[in-house]
Write a protein that binds this ligand. Structure first.
Ligand code: HEM
Length: 252
């Protein structure tokens, strides 16, 4: 992945420039080499604009897009502004990135560790009396609900305690490998967790629940795949971090 920044100092009518880019953007939207793009106008100096385009790679940009069918149409729209370019370069993203405090984590939104412990406490009560998946957990550690709450807390943006104190992803994985979890068992697991979420009063707003259940759907499908005989899941991986996705928190 590479990020291209193009900085313009547009003489004259910047409205026309932005309209030209709105038309040119449809070529970026169709380009398989383009991950996303964004044109920003400088608030201090409105003639200055920065276009950011994330490409799958510099080679894909220079060879694939520039050498491909879409480039002539793109260039035709923005050709009048080539002279207005101050800088046009590729940048490599670094590890310094993240989201700021303006967006609460799913962990905070849910109510923190205490909320996840309430959830898993009730969940494993429901599991224990379930004929389909209860037997799988017949010999579980009494602290199992707390460990799964630690895992979920970390995944949803809370402290990384499962990784620090409990062995992280490899330890979680080892508990699933070889168990040959079936699809009906997975469905029951999901369904009982959703019941527990309602019973213990986890936030029920559409945005939270969509993100929460999105992870649960993803995680349980991986658990099934990784538990099959002969499966070869990665032995090392970071604990996943799950965010809000396309529906950010609704704050009124
Ligand atoms: C999002 C989905 C899932 C998550 C986040 C999850 C999480 C975990 C974690 C963190 C552990 C290890 C706890 C520890 O450190 O001791 C564990 C163990 C286990 N999981 Fe899952 N799991 C998921 C799905 C499933 C499913 C679908 C099943 C089966 C229907 C399942 C069955 C088990 C079993 C049987 C154990 C071992 C219990 C024992 O100690 O005896 N898991 N799970």
């Amino acid at each position: 992945m590479t990020v291209e920044y193009i900085r313009y100092r547009v003489p004259g009518d910047t409205g026309e420039f932005e309209q030209a880019y709105a038309r040119a953007a449809r070529f970026l939207a169709s380009a398989p080499q383009c991950l996303d793009y964004e044109l920003s106008r400088c608030t201090d100096e409105p003639a200055v604009h920065i276009l950011r385009i994330t490409w799958t790679s510099a080679a894909d940009h220079l060879g694939g897009f520039r050498g491909g069918d879409l480039f002539p149409g793109f260039l035709a729209e923005i050709r009048p502004y080539i002279e207005a370019i101050d800088e046009m370069r590729h940048y490599e993203p670094t590890a310094v990135r993240g989201s700021g405090g303006a967006v609460p984590s799913l962990y905070d939104w849910a109510g923190g560790t205490e909320a996840f412990e309430r959830l898993t406490g009730r969940f494993y009560e429901l599991v224990a009396s379930d004929d389909l998946i209860g037997p799988l957990f017949a010999h579980m550690d009494p602290d199992h609900p707390r460990y799964v709450a630690m895992w979920l807390s970390e995944v949803f943006g809370g402290p990384a305690r499962y990784t620090a104190d409990r062995g992280g992803y490899p330890h979680m994985l080892a508990h699933h490998v070889g168990r040959a979890i079936t699809e009906p068992q997975r469905r029951r697991w999901v369904s009982l967790l959703a019941d527990a979420a309602d019973e213990v009063g986890l936030p029920g707003d559409p945005e939270f629940r969509a993100a929460f259940m999105g992870y649960i759907e993803w995680g349980t499908r991986l658990a099934v795949a990784n538990s099959q005989p002969g499966a070869t899941p990665p032995e090392q991986a970071p604990t996943p971090r799950w965010g809000w996705g396309v529906a950010p928190p609704y704050q009124g």
